[in-house]
Design a protein around this ligand. Structure first.
Ligand SMILES: [Ca+2]
Ligand SMILES: [Ca+2]
Ligand SMILES: [Ca+2]
Length: 236
């Protein structure tokens, strides 16, 4: 191989190595909800190829709106843009997953497109208990066990402040999942009313089903056929 060819071969190999490194680094943001632009939107943005995100929803008997949201570049209040808010949650810690009027929740779903699966490594959001009549705590559940157990159960942080949450997950080989967020608990008996939520997102990776698979199955069948022919030859 002359020097020019060697140069190009090295360049191609280096390029492949870079691509390979890019594919190996996972835990990218797979999609999420910033509720922008004004006047507010429930639709996901930044969704990775191979996945579909539902709109972000509130299920319950309260009302929703898009109040001022979270902007980390604008301290000390960090207010800016839009968030999503509802005003009726469980005042107590008992959550009945089949009674959304008493135990109201936020939810969103992720589904893999045909030919994909996905892994999740984290769920992120920021939340702000809005005023005195706000929930104090939040639970997160998922459809993987029909919402039976809690993936997370923790304090929401001070009222009228945005508190960030980063919840590690280790969920693999998924084709679909729905998350429910159950804010609950009363702030000085004023009720579990207003909670604002913003910058909801998940980290992980979307994985294409190996395109090699049909070819490998074909190769396997070919080998089987060849062996069978050879076996018949021996038998004769
Ligand atoms: Ca926002
Ligand atoms: Ca309610
Ligand atoms: Ca309740």
């Amino acid at each position: 191989m002359n020097k020019v060819k060697l140069f190009f071969a090295t360049a191609v190999l280096s390029g492949l190595a870079v691509v390979g490194a890019g594919q190996a680094s996972h835990a990218a943001t797979l999609g999420g909800y910033a509720f922008e632009p004004a006047p507010g939107s429930p639709n996901a943005t930044g969704v990775a190829p191979g996945l579909t995100f539902s709109p972000f929803e509130y299920v319950g008997d309260g009302t929703t709106n898009y109040p001022v949201g979270y902007d980390p570049s604008n301290p000390p209040q960090n207010n800016g843009g839009k968030s999503f808010s509802a005003d009726s949650f469980s005042p107590d810690s008992t959550i009945d997953i089949n009674n959304p009027n008493a135990d109201d929740y936020f939810k969103f779903s992720i589904a893999a497109d045909p030919g994909y699966t996905f892994n999740l490594t984290a769920l992120n959001f920021v939340a702000q208990p809005n005023g005195n009549a706000a929930p104090t705590t939040i639970q997160i559940r998922s459809s993987l066990d029909n919402f039976a157990s809690t993936l997370f159960d923790g304090a929401l942080g001070p009222k009228n402040e945005w508190t960030p949450f980063n919840i590690p997950l280790a969920l693999q080989n998924l084709t679909a999942i729905t998350f429910r967020f159950y804010p609950y608990g009363e702030n000085t008996n004023n009720g579990a009313k207003n909670l604002d939520i913003d910058n909801v997102g998940v980290q992980g990776e979307a994985i294409p089903t190996p395109a090699l698979l049909p070819g490998m199955i074909g190769l396997g069948m070919g080998l089987l056929r060849k062996r069978k022919q050879q076996g018949e030859e021996v038998a004769v």
